[in-house]
Design a protein around this ligand. Sequence first.
Ligand code: B12
Length: 316
Amino acid sequence: MPNIADLSDEPKFTIKAVAAQTGIRPVTMRAWERRYEVLSPYRSENRYRLYSERDIAILRWLKNRSDSGVAISTAVAELRKMIAQSQWPEAVPQMPAHLPGKPALPPAQYAARLTQAFMRHDETAAAEVLQEAHEAFDLTTVFEGVIIPCLVEIGEAWYNGIIRVTTEHFASAFLRGKLLALLQAYPTRRSAPFILLGCAPTEQHELGVLMLAVLTRKQGYRVEFLGPDIPIDDLVDYASYEHPALIVLSASSALAALEMKTAQAKLSKIRPAPVFAFGGRAFDLDPKLAAQIPGNYLGNSLEKALARVNELLADR
Ligand code: B12
């Protein structure tokens, strides 16, 4: 883990984003600021508090001390002493994104409410349901238990002629925006292993691999998300001077999956060669397909994929 002093002090995160990243409620954060003068966040032109990566790490460190039974006033005094001696603490690993204490309905109920909100094209309701889900569950559950079932339902409804393609586009555009905002809200660590994620050539379904990008960045990796339809030769060229440790591509059709056949051989010519990995719906539909693609299959769920990424990068 990096030292807190090495993290950026550029103010860029809203109190809401900081709450999602630290698990500390905005009201608690404001109380800590007032009572202990622990942070003095920058105020934007419209008076909103803006926090830096370093502020977030300080809040996480304090929460970690408080969770292990230390009074918050004592934790603040400890921190002040360390800073006065120029001995900033190491950043603690990320806390779960959800805010504790709220009674949660099963994720499927949030998924159903989200689907209904999309069917009404009600952006405000969709944002509220998603926010509630984030408060109730960790990120993997929000993805696997709320967003993905909602997308599957939207896909079925579109296929069966119950909704128009406009409704499907509205839902995916909304979710893409939310996922990108989440990705950008997590700090990037320059020194962490570098991962490139995107879609195989011809592939437009980018939301699954975007969710994996969010989860890997949350885990502390340096992550770049490249979006849909990445030409393999372009990717190899880019990788030859950016030197990612891992490249992940996603495919939802066999056609797109087979486009990845040459990726590993081409990437292996780069020194040091990045690890090549892949996944996506194409391999759920035809489990034999994975054996035809040279590289590392990451599995049929985001949770498994994250565990496999950690394994593949364990020695970096
Ligand atoms: C949104 C959407 C679109 C959007 C995508 C927008 C975007 N920015 O991503 C757009 C409009 C572009 C689109 C286009 C098309 N779509 Co579409 N789309 C969908 C929809 C509704 C959601 C897709 C999604 O994001 N799902 C969420 C993901 C995360 O879930 P998942 O794919 O099941 O993934 C699981 C695992 O594979 C894993 N996972 C997912 N990605 C990754 C990546 C990695 C690396 C790993 C390790 C794991 C992993 O996580 C999930 C489970 O935990 C699906 C419905 C559905 N059932 O998914 C249809 C669906 C996939 N689309 C379909 C079709 C037919 C198309 C089009 C051909 C339509 C057309 N006639 O143009 C085009 C194809 C475009 C192309 N060339 O890729 C069909 C596919 C049918 C089939 N044969 O399999 C579906 C199933 C709809 C349906 N019910 O018929 N689509």
